[in-house]
Design a protein around this ligand. Sequence first.
Ligand code: NAD
Ligand code: WQD
Length: 342
Amino acid sequence: MSILVTGGAGYIGSHTCVELLNAGYEVVVVDNLSNSKLESLSRVKEITGKDITYYKVDILDRDGLETVFVENSIDAVIHLAGLKAVGESVQIPLHYYHNNITGTVILCEVMNKYGVKKLVFSSSATVYGIPKSVPISEDFPLGPINPYGRTKSMIEEILRDLYHSDNKWSISVLRYFNPIGAHQSGRIGEDPNGIPNNLIPYITQVAVGKLKELSVFGNDYPTRDGSGIRDYIHVVDLAKGHLKALQRILTNTGVDSYNLGTGIGYSVLEMIDAFEKASKKKVFYKVVERRPGDIASCYADPQKAKEELDWVAEKGIEEMCRDAWRWQENNPTGYEVKVLVK
Ligand code: NAD
Ligand code: WQD
């Protein structure tokens, strides 16, 4: 069975490819490499000992996508391709709406044309915006508070409309909480461009000596230690969630959304502590103003995924930090191999 993974060279995509290959699926990847390196897929092949069919195609390129469907017998699509930086989405919203929404519409049109109506879509907990309470369950109202989040909630609406227009579609919408960590081999992981926006890549770069100190964005939130609480989930658990969702869409029709999180929240200060223990490195930090748009606390009620997908996150915070550190330590320049000139 052949699965098309859009955005497969990226952070979550590469880990999802490993799980798919290990489970015996054939994998076809489409990625324009706008936020990734092809080296990630070489390493996926190295980890699994299996091959991947790769196309350097933009999902906005209808003809390019059609070639992929003509040349391969695709059974289902896991659609991760998208732009994901919240701050950037505020600066260049039209680019985000075009890339994420138009890209998804074109992908669905091409899928429709080739009779492929099974789709797993990467959404985000960001669609909930400022939740009325925690934990957050799937029936909470959606209210994203930035353009990136709105691309995700609008795509969710489009996918629901698509199913209602044609009940042969089978769609799983996965709302990820905060993916962190890396494959235990230390060969694939998160490789952000420039200075990281997200907490864990920032922490790992402070620990490895690339960045001086972490800024903790606020210690006056109504949380147990004043810093923000999030539901961090190991990227390998997340990748496994895609396989469970895939199994469901292969055997059912419908459109359903699922929270993929652990159900447990950790504060920024608790994450610093856990990371220091796992890496045996000091993480220097200072407390600064709150970051605009941040919320105090966000964690999942993952019950629906447990009941309907038979999926639960298994890896704890120690393993997440240990694996994030192994990746950072072994690959201080990410996928880019720096050649030393004497
Ligand atoms: P990533 O940037 O590492 O991966 C996304 C991949 O999509 C990249 O390889 C990029 O080159 C590719 N891509 C982007 N636009 C494309 C286009 N038009 N055509 C072809 N390829 C394109 O990000 P990730 O963290 O792996 O995220 C994967 C998906 O999960 C994204 O849709 C993201 O919005 C979503 N998500 C991520 C997080 C997170 O914290 N990492 C949380 C929730 C949801
Ligand atoms: C986590 C906590 C910060 C950086 C983002 C997106 C979301 C989703 C996941 C894609 C917060 C604090 C952070 C730093 C800090 N992505 N922090 N210093 O904001 O929960 O979610 O990534 O869908 O859409 O918004 O993740 O890792 O940026 O922040 O103190 O340098 O760490 O305030 O409490 P966030 P994050």
